[in-house]
Design a protein around this ligand. Structure first.
Ligand code: UGA
Ligand code: MN
Length: 357
């Protein structure tokens, strides 16, 4: 029996519908896949943009943080400086207050030059001077410019101070007409200290005593108490000087009659720089009084005292009629620092130069 036309149509329609359905499902799947990929790509682009924006704001925050950090450092540095200045001002004030009580101010003039042990020497000195009231430290660097090391050191040392600098000319610069063969140390620096005193101290309201305190000597506090009594020029023994245990003025019946020294005993005033002090008024009475490069090294002390026209008899012997040693002409051996090169080899770097010594 031949199949009915309706049946045949139906049998053709079923595969067609199935194929179409398959086609529709597949294309639908394909479109949705493409669609979701595009969506994913869009999301990825959006995420990347977001990431970049976040990164940019992170960088900008990081920079802001760094700026703030620097600002904090700057402010804390300024704070430290202000603190040190306040300390110095209060010490200056105390010095003035004490001096108004007629206690003469001791002006210690210290020439100092750059070397490995400089900060150590200055520290030792300052911690002696810190015990003194009515004391003003004039520190004069042998340099064209004030160094940061000494400036920072002084700011924090706690002693009332003035910081100056004057460079010692070279021997060849001084050798004009063959008059100066070898320069003395500390001439420019002590002279600048003296002229600072002439310009800045009013003798009428502020009596004072001037002492030339080298940066490597050792000072007993009692020598300052002694020298504060100086009316014109006072003298005393100095330990460990001139290859002797001590050098000293010879005193008879309370008067200086000569010098118990090995080095150049024919000097009229054969004292070391550490062995005498002068009342400030002497420098005002002799406005030209100062050290000179034309003076032979070793005779600076004798020459400056001679220029005041004082006699041996006028000298004021201190330290128990010059029987006590209260100051020593100590000299630190320069450190060798030869291991610095070895450190470079061992650690691929030497000292950290940020560390101040
Ligand atoms: C001796 C005396 O004790 C010093 O007072 C004198 O100034 C010196 O001799 C000299 O005229 O040659 P000395 O121990 O040999 O002392 O000298 P230093 O201690 O080396 O120097 C005296 C002062 O001058 C020190 O405060 C030192 O720091 C300073 N100085 C030294 C400089 O300012 N520049 C230098 O090139 C060397
Ligand atoms: Mn010395």
């Amino acid at each position: 029996m031949p199949p009915k036309t309706g049946n045949r149509c139906f049998s053709l329609l079923v595969p067609f519908v199935l194929v179409s359905a398959c086609f529709i499902i597949c294309s639908e799947m394909w479109f949705s896949k493409v669609n979701s990929r595009t969506r994913l790509q869009t999301v990825e682009v959006l995420l990347k943009q977001k990431q970049e924006t976040l990164l940019a704001s992170y960088r900008s925050y990081r920079e802001q943080l760094r700026d703030k950090d620097n600002e904090i450092k700057e402010i804390s540095n300024r704070y430290k400086l202000a603190e040190a200045r306040i300390l110095n001002l209060s010490l200056n004030l105390e010095t003035r207050r004490n001096s108004s009580k007629d206690l003469p101010v001791i002006y210690a003039i210290t020439p100092t030059h750059a070397r490995s042990q400089q900060k150590a020497e200055l520290t030792r000195l300052s911690q002696t001077f810190l015990h003194m009231s009515s004391f003003h430290w004039i520190v004069v660097e042998d340099s064209r410019k004030k160094s940061r090391l000494v400036a920072n050191f002084l700011r924090n040392c706690g002693v009332s101070y003035t910081h100056l600098c004057a460079l010692t000319p070279s021997d060849s610069q001084l050798n004009i007409g063959g008059l100066v063969r070898k320069s003395s140390k500390g001439v420019e620096q002590r002279n600048l200290g003296i002229s600072w005193l002439r310009k800045n101290v009013d003798l009428k309201t502020q009596p004072g005593v001037v002492y030339f305190a080298d940066d490597d000597n050792t000072y007993d506090l009692r020598i300052f108490a002694e020298m504060r009594r100086t009316r014109k020029i006072s003298v005393w023994p100095v330990g460990l000087v001139g290859d002797q245990r001590y050098a000293a003025p010879i005193v008879k019946n309370g008067k200086v009659t000569g010098w118990r020294v090995s080095y150049d005993p024919i000097r009229k005033f054969a004292t070391d720089m550490a062995g005498f002090a002068m009342n400030l008024h002497v420098f005002f009475e002799h406005p030209d009084l100062q050290f000179s490069h034309y003076t032979r090294p070793g005779s600076q002390e004798s020459d400056i005292i001679s220029k005041t026209n004082i006699t041996l008899n006028d000298l004021e012997p201190l330290a128990d009629n010059c029987t006590k040693v209260l100051v020593w002409h100590t000299r630190a051996l320069p450190p060798k620092l030869t291991k610095e090169d070895k450190m470079k080899v061992k650690f691929d770097h030497g000292s950290n130069f940020i560390v101040e010594v």
